[in-house]
Ligand binder design. Structure first.
Ligand SMILES: O=P(O)(O)OC[C@H]1O[C@H](O[C@H]2O[C@H](CO)[C@@H](O)[C@H](O)[C@H]2O)[C@H](O)[C@@H](O)[C@@H]1O
Length: 290
């Protein structure tokens, strides 16, 4: 059994000690794309790493709660990760669309905030705007229902395409009361009022978590990192995990620099989960059994 890696910060070591010491008080939450799922060229092709759900299934019965916190629509994350009906994950929650949507395994249903105004207008104007802006071949629109994203990963120069489109997309978002959420080779136009930090903080409080681990890879996860830091300030130990590099070789420095522990992409996240599951034990003879 692989040893659980040691966080590089004192706060992270305290967070990990709290999780290992009292797992039934611990909340583990993870981003989806780039963290539980490898980054792939087409967003529709994203799937959880084959080891991710089995590892979460082993861990979850030992914990207070497990959640996925994602910019994806909640239903997409459930489908792409294969979460519905997963053994051991009967109480898992997916906080989707940056917290505007929620899926609970216990009910199998989604609750969602009202659809944001402005998205329909952006959806209608976007193809013309991309053409007028000289968007290169390979630029892709992802319709997320309550948001619209523009991906450049499949263009010849994804970073240059993002730079080219950034100004026009910001102007379009502003005209319709939306914000631009930047990510890995993507700019998403979505409604303000939700973020992963508020979603995670509310969830930890709701389930009465006494320690928290959050794993993420992208700028949208910074708000969740800030929520863990806020909870730490209130005496709830926390561990911040960056899913870095990995299969794409990409790392988001803002996340890597702020994390207590950097692992090697979704494969590294799975190895971390497996080491935690191995250390906590799978059965009634585990370390936290009275
Ligand atoms: O919050 P997340 O679960 O990490 O979702 C963030 C965005 O992820 C997706 O885009 C990213 O993954 C794609 C598939 O691997 C990749 O092609 C793209 O370059 C990445 O930016 C998703 O398409 C977005 O809608 C999510 O908001």
């Amino acid at each position: 059994m692989a040893a659980v890696p040691t966080p590089r910060t004192a706060a992270g070591r305290k967070g990990l000690d709290a999780i290992m010491g009292e797992p039934r008080r611990a909340v583990l939450a993870f981003d989806f794309d780039g963290t539980l799922a490898p980054i792939v060229p087409d967003p529709d092709d994203a799937r959880a790493h084959p080891g991710a759900v089995p590892a979460l299934s082993r861990l979850a019965p030992r914990l207070c709660a497990v959640a996925v916190v994602t910019g994806r629509p909640a239903e997409d994350a459930v489908r792409y990760a294969g979460l519905a009906g997963a053994v051991g994950l009967e109480h898992l929650t997916v906080l989707g669309a940056y917290g505007a949507e929620r899926w609970d395994a216990a009910t199998g249903s989604v609750t969602a905030a009202p659809p944001p105004p402005g998205v329909a207008a952006v959806r209608a104007e976007l193809p013309g705007l991309l053409e007028d802006s000289g968007a290169p071949p390979g630029t892709r629109i992802e319709d997320k229902g309550r948001a619209v994203a523009v991906h450049t990963r499949r263009t010849d120069d994804p970073a240059a395409a993002l730079t080219l489109l950034s100004g026009p997309l910001h102007a379009l978002a502003e005209r319709h009361g939306l914000l631009v959420e930047p990510g890995r080779m993507v700019l998403e136009l979505r409604a303000p009022g939700a973020d992963k930090g508020a979603a995670l903080e509310a969830y930890v409080r709701e389930v009465g978590g006494g320690a928290v681990l959050y794993g993420g890879d992208d700028l949208g996860d910074l708000a969740a990192f800030a929520a863990v830091e806020k909870l730490r300030g209130e005496g709830v130990p926390g561990l911040l995990v960056c899913s870095g590099g990995g299969e794409t070789g990409e790392s988001v420095p803002e996340i890597a620099d702020r994390a207590d522990l950097v692992v090697d992409g979704p494969s590294g996240v799975v190895r971390l989960l497996e080491s935690l599951a191995g250390s906590l034990g799978d059965g009634a003879d585990g370390p936290d059994t009275p």
